[in-house]
Ligand binder design. Structure first.
Ligand code: GAR
Length: 198
């Protein structure tokens, strides 16, 4: 079995898109792949409700309950390792992860970032793209390395920045594309993992 663990912090709309793609594209039958757990650092993350409704195991590892980043990372690592994942998917997971954690999961951890990397790493990507006068914005799926928002690019989507855009309108346009490229990028990884599958 190819176990996928998804980490969220909020609405989890990317997680939902991945779970829906897994169902409609029959990832279990085709690739032996299953979303085995959704883990959040916030107990009130809306995405947890959806995951529970889908019968997916959920867990909260609240960063506020730990005295240091290292202790939080260690607890999170233990929670993820319990599902022996072949792939760890960061989907709107809004905590910076430490070197040891990233090294433990490196080569099997991916992230989606709401900009056309390498432009606009970090936060407030949409407002920064508008402020910079960008005509295009987008999102990037990439492998995770110890350097924030840096790693092999697996997929990107581009959208126009319109004259009357604000952070809200632009982020909504980009998010629609995220919901397409993130499941597609994961499907491509699954196909590489089981090359005889279609
Ligand atoms: C998405 O736009 C994702 O790209 C972004 O947070 C949003 C989460 O939405 N991630 C980051 O900013 C990571 N630094 P979701 O919870 O509805 O998937």
């Amino acid at each position: 079995m190819f176990s996928i663990v998804i980490l969220i912090s909020g609405s989890g709309s990317n997680m939902q898109a991945i779970v829906r793609a897994a169902q409609s594209e029959h990832w279990q039958e085709r690739y032996g792949a299953r979303v085995t757990a959704v883990i959040s650092n916030k107990a009130d993350a809306k995405g947890l409700v959806f995951a529970r409704e889908q019968g997916i195991a959920t867990q909260v590892v609240d960063h506020k309950a730990y005295a240091s980043r290292e202790l939080f990372d260690a607890a999170l690592q233990t929670a993820i390792d319990a599902h022996s994942p072949q792939l760890v998917v960061l989907a709107g997971f809004m905590r910076i992860l430490g070197f040891d954690f990233v090294q433990h999961f490196e080569a099997r951890m991916v992230n989606i970032h709401p900009s056309l990397l390498p432009a606009f790493t970090g936060l407030h990507t949409h407002q920064r793209a508008i402020d910079a006068g960008c005509r295009f914005a987008g999102a990037t799926v990439h492998r995770v390395t110890p350097v924030l928002d840096v790693g092999e690019i697996l997929a990107q989507a581009v959208v126009p920045v319109l004259n009357d855009d604000n952070e809200g309108t632009l982020s909504a346009r980009v998010l629609t594309q995220e919901h397409l490229i993130y499941p597609a990028a994961i499907r491509a990884l699954l196909q590489q993992h089981s090359p005889r599958s279609t």
